[in-house]
Design a protein around this ligand. Structure first.
Ligand code: ADP
Ligand code: MG
Length: 273
C-alpha cells in the first residue's frame, strides 16, 4: 500500500467530480479485468475442544470492481468465515487474500487498520450499532476514527442518513428504532469513509421479508450509483435477483459461480439452470 492512498480517498469524498472520476477509474479497472478481491486457496481450521473444524477447505474467489456478489450457502457452510478473511478480520491458516492486488497478510498492523477503516464498510446481521448512541453518532464514529474533523463528519453523517431514508431520525438511538431502521443506520455507517467494498454478512437475517427487500434494494442502489463493490453473505433468496453473480458455498468449498443471467427467477421459486 502506498502512502498516497489515504489522500486519494479523501479527495474523492469531498468532491462529487472526484467521486465520479473515482467511479470511472473503477469501471476502467473492471474493464481491465483486475480484481478488487482475490482469494486463493484459502483454508481455515478452527480448534473445537479436541476436534478440528475445517470451515474453509481451499476457496478461490475473485471479485471485479463494481460487482454485486451474493455468497450463498446454508448455515455452517463457511460464509462468515470467508467474509472475515476477505474483510481482514481474521487470518486464514493457508492461502492468500488480496485486496486491490495487495496481499493483506503482508500489511503492517497500521496498514491493515487503515484498510479496514477506509477501504471496507461492514454490515452485520445483528447491526452491531452502539445502542445508546444516536444514529448520527454511530455514523460519525468511523469518520472520527479516520481523523475527519467533527463538523465535516456530522454533515456527512446527516447526508448519509438522509440517503438511507432516516433524515428525520438522526437523533434517534438504535434502541428506539425498528430492525429495518437500525440496519439502515448500519448501511450509512458502512459508507461513512467512502469504501470501495461493502461486506455484508446476512444483512437481512434479522429482518422481515419486506424490510429485508428494502435493505437489499438499498445495497443495490449504492452499488449502481457509487460503484461500490458489494459482497453479501446470505441465505436470503431475495438477494439472487439483484446480484451480478452468485457464489454457492457448501461445506467450506465454493461449489460453483452462477451469473444472474443464468438464473431462472420466478416468483416464489428459483431454479438454477
Ligand atoms: P456460516 O456463516 O455459513 O453459517 P460459519 O463461517 O459461521 O458458517 O461457520 C463455518 C463452520 O466453522 C461451522 O462449522 C462453524 O461451526 C465453524 N466455526 C465458525 N467459527 C468458529 C469458531 N470461532 N470456532 C470454532 N468453530 C467455528
Ligand atoms: Mg454466518
Amino acid at each position: 500500500m502506498t502512502d498516497q492512498e489515504p489522500e486519494t480517498e479523501a479527495a474523492g469524498a469531498e468532491h462529487p467530480e472526484s467521486a465520479k472520476a473515482a467511479k470511472a477509474a473503477k469501471a476502467a479497472k473492471h474493464a481491465e479485468g483486475t480484481y478488487i478481491v482475490r482469494a486463493t486457496e484459502v483454508r481455515k481450521v478452527f480448534a473445537m475442544g479436541g476436534e478440528e473444524v475445517h470451515a474453509l477447505k481451499g476457496v478461490d474467489f475473485k471479485v471485479k470492481h463494481g460487482e454485486y456478489i451474493a455468497l450463498m450457502g446454508p448455515s455452517g457452510s463457511g460464509k462468515s468465515t470467508l467474509f472475515n478473511m476477505i474483510g481482514g478480520l481474521d487470518k486464514p491458516n493457508a492461502g492468500k487474500v488480496f485486496i486491490d492486488e495487495v496481499d493483506i497478510a503482508a500489511l503492517s498492523a497500521y496498514e491493515l487498520a487503515w484498510l479496514r477503516c477506509h477501504k471496507i464498510g461492514y454490515i452485520f446481521q445483528t447491526f452491531n450499532l452502539i445502542p445508546v448512541a444516536t444514529a448520527l453518532d454511530n455514523v460519525m464514529l468511523p469518520m472520527l476514527f479516520a481523523d475527519v474533523p467533527a463538523s465535516e463528519a456530522q454533515d456527512k453523517a446527516v447526508e448519509l442518513l438522509t440517503k438511507v431514508g432516516l433524515g428525520e431520525r438522526v437523533l434517534h438511538k438504535p434502541v428506539q428504532m425498528s430492525g429495518g431502521q437500525q440496519q439502515r443506520v448500519a448501511v450509512a455507517r458502512a459508507l461513512a469513509n467512502d469504501p470501495a467494498i461493502v461486506l455484508a454478512d446476512e444483512p437481512t437475517g434479522n429482518l422481515d421479508s419486506e424490510t429485508g427487500r428494502q435493505i437489499i434494494d438499498l445495497l443495490r442502489e449504492i452499488n449502481d450509483t457509487e460503484g461500490v463493490t458489494v459482497i453479501s453473505a446470505t441465505h436470503d433468496y431475495k438477494m439472487l435477483s439483484v446480484s451480478d453473480r452468485i457464489a454457492w458455498l457448501t461445506d467450506g468449498r465454493i461449489e460453483r459461480f452462477v451469473r444472474r443471467e443464468e438464473l431462472d427467477i420466478q416468483e416464489g421459486h428459483t431454479d438454477v439452470r
